[in-house]
Ligand binder design. Structure first.
Ligand code: FAD
Length: 134
């Protein structure tokens, strides 16, 4: 099993309906594929954690990458895991991020949204910060 975290940039201004649409299709499809994870938006970027079998996560990633609602998808970390961080979420979602998240997470999400190339330490740090959101 693997866990993958990516960041991408909104391709245009997105609204609540866009997020609801993404969440609805994700919850349904991911449940069928035994994929779990979390989606966070920071107003300009998506951050998504995907967990599941390597084949299914990478197949889904390529479908998500082609989605015209976002662009410039960068994988932050992809690693083998023994245990899921989000076993109960076919796709958890934080939309009202500014009110909901701690200052630590907010500042990392703002900084990472502008970052193009990530080191392993970035990914491990982000995974740790996001783990509490399950
Ligand atoms: P279709 O619905 O037939 O989609 C056909 C094409 O149109 C695809 O390229 C699709 O990306 C695009 N599309 C669909 N709806 C819209 C729309 N409202 N506006 C613009 N383009 C659209 N899907 C999951 O199953 N699991 C996930 O975890 C997941 N996470 C996502 C995270 C992000 C940040 C985004 C932007 C999308 C995510 N999606 C996820 C949606 C995914 O990209 C596909 O839309 C979905 O899987 C259905 O694709 P499809 O080709 O089977 O079907």
């Amino acid at each position: 099993m693997i866990q993958l975290i990516y960041v991408s940039d909104f391709a245009r201004e997105l609204n609540q309906q866009d997020f609801d649409d993404i969440l609805a299709v994700s919850t349904k499809n991911n449940d069928e594929q035994d994929i779990t994870g979390f989606l966070v938006v920071n107003g300009q970027n998506f951050f998504q954690v995907l967990e599941g079998s390597k084949e299914q996560v990478f197949t889904l990633l390529e479908s998500i990458r082609r989605d015209p609602r976002h662009q410039n998808l960068r994988v932050i970390i992809s690693e083998i895991i023994e245990k899921r961080d989000y076993p109960n979420w076919s796709m958890g979602f934080v939309c009202n991020w500014y009110n909901y998240l701690s200052d630590d997470i907010k500042s990392v999400l703002i900084q990472y949204g502008k970052t193009q190339v990530f080191k392993l330490s970035h990914g491990k740090g982000l995974r740790g910060l996001l783990q509490g959101l399950g």
